[in-house]
Design a protein around this ligand. Structure first.
Ligand SMILES: [Zn+2]
Ligand SMILES: [Zn+2]
Length: 216
């Protein structure tokens, strides 16, 4: 398969910022540059990648905090999340105060993403699925040929995203997981926003929040 990835945990929240690149062209996207840009850019240089865009799963600070600076520095367009997360992005300066992060600028994505959209990385194509619940505008990226999904804070190995933030909703999140993620296939490997990778099949068996047996 010709889509490659490398994860760089960033910020005090150890958010899994992920480099995705097309093996043939070496063109790359940074998914969720939450901060620690020096470490992200070192991983880019090390692999000889050509950054072409920033992709965002949702508007939380630990996922988007480095976006304005990186986008400006490297002239990169920003794609995602869904427009319903605009209120989070507009409130970035407030989010930094709340979590004691150094101040960051807000930004306006060049392209909002919707259910059924696609996003390219070099010659590779990612499917976009809108998965609200953790935040209303959360999207996930799915590369069908290699069965790889980047799910942000929708689903974790053994857990699911928090829903106690403004406009979060538990039932909506469960529906996003069971109706948008599970149909992609049990064999799909996913990179969550935090913590280790897993597969959808594994979570359907053992995740206490969304395992099949919970729903009878
Ligand atoms: Zn989040
Ligand atoms: Zn997160």
């Amino acid at each position: 398969m010709s889509l490659q990835f490398h994860t760089v945990p960033v910020t005090p929240f150890q958010q899994n910022c992920t480099l995705l690149w097309c093996e043939d062209s070496k063109r790359a996207a940074v998914v969720d540059p939450g901060g620690d840009l020096d470490r992200i850019l070192a991983a880019v240089e090390e692999r000889g990648l050509k950054l072409e865009k920033i992709l965002l799963t949702h508007g939380h600070l630990d996922h988007v905090g480095g976006t304005a600076e990186l986008s400006k520095q490297r002239q990169l367009p920003v794609e995602g999340p869904h427009e319903d997360d605009n209120f989070w992005i507009e409130q970035l300066p407030m989010q930094t105060q709340m979590f004691g992060f150094p101040p960051v600028e807000s930004f306006t994505p060049d392209r909002w993403l919707n259910q059924g959209d696609t996003a390219t990385v070099g010659d590779e194509l990612l499917e976009v699925h809108h998965c609200p619940g953790h935040t209303p505008g959360h999207v996930i990226f799915f590369h069908r040929p290699s069965g790889l999904a980047l799910v942000g804070d929708v689903l974790f190995a053994g857990s699911i995203g928090r829903t106690d933030f403004p406009k979060g909703d538990h039932d909506t999140l469960i529906r996003s997981i069971t109706e948008k993620l599970w149909p992609l296939g049990d064999e799909v490997r996913f990179i969550p926003g935090h913590g280790p990778m897993s597969t959808f099949g594994q979570e359907r068996q053992t995740n206490p929040f969304v395992a099949d047996k919970r729903f009878g």
